[in-house]
Design a protein around this ligand. Structure first.
Ligand SMILES: *Cc1c(COP(=O)(O)O)cnc(C)c1O
Length: 485
């Protein structure tokens, strides 16, 4: 079994095995004709269940053969131009090279004595990101597993900085009703009360209304509660809308409230050559979430939480004699575990490092600009198409819309038609789109993160949706055939 350990004697086997795995993926990427095979859990489940985990195959070539059947053949491929569903990006090659390096060297970024240069590289990237945001000389932060963890981390710091006891039951967090559900989850994990997250209404463009925020904070204070944090979203998951950050920062300054900006999606604008201005005001945040694995074309996971004042990170600092003793602080040994919610932690930063060293920030930003341009074009297509209703004009790269059959006006039928169209499209595998609910009604959603997707792809997918939708209208009307002419 020692021949499977990666070390000086197995370097050649390592090279061949990884090349074999890479070769299979390359062949698959070159040959997939659709983003998905359309397979169901019922069909794939038995293939996975049939694998006897107590009978090993002995070598990776055999395991890779098997993997073709249980995974690669039917995976959902985000690089395909007709994958338009969630916030998943195609990944850039330099980042994938970084991934191969980081898992083989396997540094752990909790302490200097487990990572050395890895820690310094991560710190440079944190400083670089904080600089792009404009957080000032006291800024710091740490890489995390994703936006959910970054938001939890930021709200932990806000809770500890709040002018009230964590257990008082009086702490309140304000976020727009378009904010990400991880804010709610974080509040629960932090022991806040069930009503702690106060939803603030949005305007027609799905941006938090600063006046409504001020009123909500006033109301909270009048009720004897304590404002703990405001979460502004720079790129809502559904609409890509960006809350008015400067005006929200003014409100936060007035009440002395922690401002967290959730830029999990919108962080790509930090490197956009043309759209950086959409983030104006973000530099006034106390903390910021960025997901490089969304708009920086990085493989999962790659995210960070940044703070204006590095001193606040102490709320996540705990010492262990065997790992990061207190005296290490005096010796100025950089132990990232002092700032992190995790202990053993991947060197995800290397992927971004490789990306910036190969492509540069402008290169990444150009790709994100292209998908924002594409969304604007998609909006024009949808707005001109009588078959569809489209919600807000995109700020980033999402489009929310629904099919409106001309032969029915029943809201319940329209809901079912859209639900069905999405399901049928997914089952066909020809394209993958998302769904969401707007004002209680079913909508469809494109999240455009692939610069290879074209306006022709969007038009073709809209035709496919219309076909599936009409087939369902026909069923609803009791017609015999699914092909409405
Ligand atoms: C995706 C997203 C999150 C959660 O990030 P994960 O990386 O999926 O954990 C948080 N906030 C917003 C606005 C997001 O779009």
């Amino acid at each position: 079994m020692r021949s499977h350990l990666l070390n000086d004697t197995t370097a050649e086997r390592y090279r061949r095995s990884v090349a074999d795995g890479v070769g299979r993926v390359a062949a698959r990427l070159a040959s997939v004709r659709a983003p998905f095979s359309g397979i169901t859990p019922d069909a794939l489940g038995p293939e996975v269940d049939a694998v006897d985990l107590d009978r090993p195959l002995g070598d990776s070539a055999a395991a890779l053969d098997e993997l073709e059947r249980v995974y690669l053949r039917d995976a959902v491929y985000f690089h395909h131009p007709r994958y338009l569903a969630h916030l998943n990006c195609p990944v850039v090659i330099p980042a994938v090279v970084g991934e191969a390096v980081l898992s083989a060297v396997n540094s752990s970024l909790d302490t200097w004595d487990q990572s050395a240069g890895g820690t310094l590289i991560e710190r440079r990237l944190i400083d670089w990101t904080a600089g792009r945001i404009g957080l000032g000389p006291g800024a710091d932060g740490v890489f995390t597993s994703g936006g959910t963890q970054s938001n939890l981390h930021a709200l932990l710091l806000a809770r500890e900085e709040a002018k009230d006891e964590p257990g008082s039951g009086r702490l309140r967090v304000f976020a727009s009703d378009c904010a990400h559900f991880s804010v709610q989850k974080a509040a629960t994990l932090l022991g806040l009360t069930a009503d702690a997250v106060v939803p603030v209404p949005c305007d027609r463009d799905r941006r938090l209304r600063p006046a409504a925020l001020a009123a909500a904070i006033e109301g909270c204070i009048a009720d004897g509660a304590t404002p703990m944090a405001v979460v502004a979203t720079a790129g809502t998951t559904d609409f890509g809308s960006i809350d008015p950050l400067g005006e929200i920062a003014d409100v936060c300054a007035m009440y002395g409230t922690w401002l967290h900006v959730d830029a999990a999606y919108g962080c790509g604008l930090l490197v956009s050559p043309t759209r950086r201005g959409h983030l104006d005001g973000i530099e006034r945040a106390d903390s910021v979430t960025v997901d490089y694995h969304k708009s920086f074309f990085q493989p999962v996971s790659s995210s960070a939480v940044l703070v204006r004042d590095r001193v606040t990170l102490r709320h996540a600092t705990y010492h262990a004699d065997y790992l990061n003793p207190r005296r290490a602080l005096a010796e100025r040994i950089p132990n990232q575990v002092d700032k992190s919610l995790q202990t053993t932690r991947r060197f995800d930063a290397l992927k971004l490092w490789m990306t910036l060293r190969v492509m540069g920030a402008d290169g990444v930003g150009q790709l994100f600009d292209e998908v924002c341009d594409l969304a604007a074009e998609g909006w024009r297509l949808l707005a001109a198409d009588p078959r569809y209703d489209v919600v807000v004009r995109p700020r980033l790269s999402t489009l929310v819309f629904r099919y409106v059959p001309h032969r029915t006006t029943s809201p319940a039928v329209i809901d079912r038609v859209n639900l069905h169209a999405r399901k049928a499209l997914f089952a066909s595998g020809e394209a993958v789109v998302a769904g969401t609910v707007v004002d209680g009604r079913q909508y469809l959603k494109f999240t455009l993160l692939n610069p290879e997707t074209t306006a022709q792809d969007i038009a073709a997918v809209l035709d496919l949706i219309a076909e599936h939708a009409e087939a369902h209208v026909a069923t609803e009307n009791g017609e015999h055939l699914a092909h409405a002419s």
